[in-house]
Design a protein around this ligand. Structure first.
Ligand code: AMP
Ligand code: GLY
Length: 438
């Protein structure tokens, strides 16, 4: 049997989940990882983990050539926005991850809003693009109390300011616009939606989409959805691949938006999106709305869905690259999952760094994913961002939460996590919120 030489770009918990999924494949695979930092979990499962500039297409192509790579899976958004997929694809490598132009779905909020507008795809807010203050005040008046100001580029979630949360008056909104203008940044102002957020990721080969179970993330750092925004503190999915606050119509609307967007971008750019199309949606009183697109797996969402994936991940990746996703079956276990991150004390604003952590009390190492860690004096240390994640997989969200909570609580070191994620009371709050809105 032929050996697949597979390169994974990125070295966080999402990429650890990707590597675990490759490791479960029935095919003979060799795994190589182009990493931005050391990841002991990936290192254990791969033939080689090498630290290099993952955002430099030439460096990645050179490494791929050296290792005779046939398939590459790109984890994070920055390599995509720097054209790593284009360079590898031009070099004959099969790539899971869109080309730079198509990754604009994530890298430019204005591009995405314009695309959905042009192709009359439902779920869009009222919005307008700006380069300077001309028209800002009038547009804010039109939106009234509910507005969002978004920097038009990659900012790790920090470029978005929402009324009532980060901005408390039109004058504060204008101050933020001025801050962006001073840095020569373009921005989008749009209507603020009220509802409950969820992520729908779809494998996409340019023509066919295969949808994954929907996931809910928790962006706020502290219990009860308080505190600063983070990359995501934890996520859950339900046994039926929906979420307790969603109905069938919501799911269909979100799927239809992903399908319509994949068609629209192919039409617009003349080439198909090959990778993971990740819609960030909000269920509202007037249907499902699109908050944003990402051009990659979510983190932590990847841990939830890949832990449930029954089909062979390598076969899915090859089908994405070759445009044959319609020929294969993509199925997920009918189980619930809860994923929780442990993050450094002080995260995200002032995280402790370099302090030792101990994961040896974890019951089942299959549940563990390493993220921002390193080795110092032969001990595992936290390096400032989200540190490690665990997943519970069970027949109900409650049981999955019990597993995740037990495992994450066993990790020692100056860390914290959100114990409320996946708990009944928080989920009931989401259900009640949607009931009230509908
Ligand atoms: P984004 O980077 O676009 O995902 O925005 C970060 C967060 O800002 C989202 O997860 C939402 O919580 C919030 N957000 C962005 N756009 C909107 C919107 N139009 N209405 C309400 N909330 C939004
Ligand atoms: N979980 C949010 C993201 O991956 O962007």
């Amino acid at each position: 049997m032929l050996i697949n030489k597979i390169l994974v770009v990125g070295s966080g918990a999402r990429e650890h989940a990707i590597v675990k999924a490759i490791d479960r494949s029935k095919h003979r695979n060799e795994i190589y990882c182009a990493a931005s930092s050391f990841n002991p979990g990936i290192s254990e499962l791969s033939n080689e983990l090498i630290i290099l500039d993952i955002n430099n297409p030439d460096i990645i192509v050179k490494y791929a050539n050296e290792k005779n790579i046939s398939l590459c899976i790109i984890g994070p958004e920055n390599p995509l926005s720097n054209g790593v997929a284009d360079a590898l694809s031009n070099d004959g490598v099969k790539v899971v991850g869109p080309k730079k132009e198509l990754a604009m779905l994530e890298t430019s909020k204005a591009f995405t809003r314009d695309l959905l507008n042009e192709y009359k795809i439902p779920g869009s807010p009222i919005y307008s693009r700006f380069k300077n203050l001309k028209g800002v005040s009038t547009f804010l008046k039109k939106l009234g109390e509910n507005y969002v100001v978004k920097y038009d580029g990659l900012a790790g979630g920090k470029g978005v300011k929402v009324s009532g949360e980060h901005l408390h008056s039109h004058s504060e909104a204008i101050d933020y616009c001025n801050f962006l203008i001073k840095q020569n940044n373009e921005f989008v102002i749009e209507e603020k939606f009220i509802g409950e957020e969820f992520s729908l990721m779809s494998f996409c080969d340019g023509k066919t989409l295969k949808h994954m179970p929907v996931v809910q993330d928790h962006k706020r750092a502290y219990e009860g959805d308080t505190g600063p925004n983070t990359g995501g503190m934890g996520t859950y999915t339900d046994k039926d691949h929906s979420l307790p606050f969603l109905n069938k119509k919501d799911l269909k609307e979100a799927r239809d938006i992903n399908i319509a967007t994949s068609k629209a971008i192919k039409n617009k750019c003349g080439k198909g999106f090959k990778g993971v199309l990740y819609g960030g949606f909000m269920a509202t009183s007037s249907g499902v709305k699109l908050i944003e697109y990402n051009a990659r797996f979510g983190d932590p969402e990847a841990m939830n869905v890949l832990s449930l994936l029954e089909s062979d991940f390598v076969e899915i990746c090859i089908a994405i690259a070759e445009g044959t996703l319609n020929e294969i079956d993509v199925s997920f276990q009918k189980k619930a999952t809860v994923c929780k991150y442990a993050v450094p004390e002080g995260y995200p604003d002032n995280p402790v760094k370099g302090e030792p952590i101990d994961v040896s009390s974890i019951d089942n190492s299959d549940t563990l994913f390493f993220a921002s860690v390193d080795y110092k004096n032969a001990s595992l240390v936290e390096s400032g961002s989200r540190t490690v994640a665990v997943i519970g997989v069970a027949n109900s969200i409650a049981e999955a939460e019990t597993i995740a909570e037990k495992e994450i609580s066993s990790i020692k070191g100056p860390l914290f996590h959100r114990s409320d994620i996946g708990k009944k009371s928080l989920i009931q709050k989401r259900i009640d919120h949607m009931m009230l809105l509908r």
